[in-house]
Ligand binder design. Structure first.
Ligand code: HEC
Length: 278
């Protein structure tokens, strides 16, 4: 029973213990709002255990009933909710991923003439890699070039808008240091840990992965940004920061339906020879 305002303290029940002859302890009930909040947290916890990954069980854990839908091998599949799958889902449904899908659809329905005439489709790919050097994002063998010309390519570097401020500066200094550019060494070494997020595509040593079209960051060949041309280290770093914050979506359409096999073959040899080839 709550202590109502007209009740004298002496009328409230005590625990019955008496100390020092006259010290007693009131047995007031907990305030109701407090008790209900407490019960609510217990209910919340139980619901959370049931819905989300919670309890360790030997080498695994209780996955929870909550699920996410992600795309796997071209199919939409339902997977248990966890932060790893949530990350994958965000990578697939982020604004840049959605933009890329819309672009692919637009390009696949457009003729070459329409693509060239449409500034938005052209602007989507702000710069193109040089074909005359021997640096290949996707590999430069005859077989690879021919395959790329048939099927087209999609360069997709996700944006990392959550990396900001000093963390972004440190990471960008680390990236510059990979190709031997002189930067603030302390900052670059602080940035090394964040590079773990980049290593999945660019490799732990930053040497790139032609399967994903992820460029080697340790050479001096830059295909999206003119790092070599930038005159100050700050300007170079700003370019890297831009890539990390905004990501890169670049598209080359496939030509299998637009060129004959012989034309693709000749083009393959031509592109291969432009650089000396691999
Ligand atoms: C999902 C794979 C992936 C991840 C993760 C990734 N990248 Fe990339 N990155 C790419 C691809 C693919 C390209 C090339 C895109 C293109 O040009 O078509 C690229 C391009 C770049 C470039 C431009 C290189 C050039 O020559 O123009 C820089 C710089 C870069 N990434 C840095 C980073 C950093 C720093 C991180 C970590 C925060 C990171 N990347 C994470 C895939 C990835």
């Amino acid at each position: 029973m709550a202590l109502s305002s007209d009740k004298k303290p002496a009328q409230v029940e005590t625990t019955g213990h008496v100390w020092d002859g006259d010290l007693r302890e009131y047995n007031n009930p907990l305030p109701r709002w407090w008790l209900w909040t407490f019960y609510a947290t217990i209910v919340f916890t139980i619901v959370y255990w049931i819905m989300y990954p919670a309890w360790p069980v030997f080498k695994t854990f209780t996955p929870g009933l909550s699920t996410l839908t992600i795309e796997q091998d071209g199919k939409m599949v339902e997977v248990p909710w966890n932060s790893r799958y949530l990350f994958i889902q965000e990578m697939q449904t982020s604004p840049s991923a959605v933009r890329q899908r819309e672009f692919v659809e637009k390009v696949s329905n457009a003729s070459f003439e329409q693509i060239v005439a449409d500034p938005s489709m052209l602007a989507f790919a702000p710069s193109y890699p040089s074909l005359a050097d021997n640096e290949w994002l996707w590999g430069g063998s005859f077989a690879t070039i021919s395959n790329d010309l048939h099927k087209g390519l999609k360069g997709n570097m996700p944006a990392f808008p959550t990396i900001q401020g000093a963390a972004l500066t440190d990471l960008s200094n680390h990236v510059l240091s990979l190709s031997g550019i002189e930067v603030d060494a302390a900052s670059a070494s602080r940035g090394k840990a964040s590079f773990a997020m980049c290593a999945a595509c660019h490799g732990a040593d930053g040497k790139g992965n032609p399967m994903l079209g992820a460029p080697n960051l340790t050479d001096m060949a830059w295909s999206n940004i003119d790092v070599v041309g930038a005159s100050t280290v700050d300007a170079k770093r700003t370019m890297i920061e831009g890539v990390v914050s905004k990501g890169i979506q670049r598209e080359m359409p496939g030509f299998a339906n637009r060129l004959t096999p012989v034309e693709i073959k000749m083009l393959t040899v031509y592109v291969h020879e432009l650089s000396g080839g691999q």
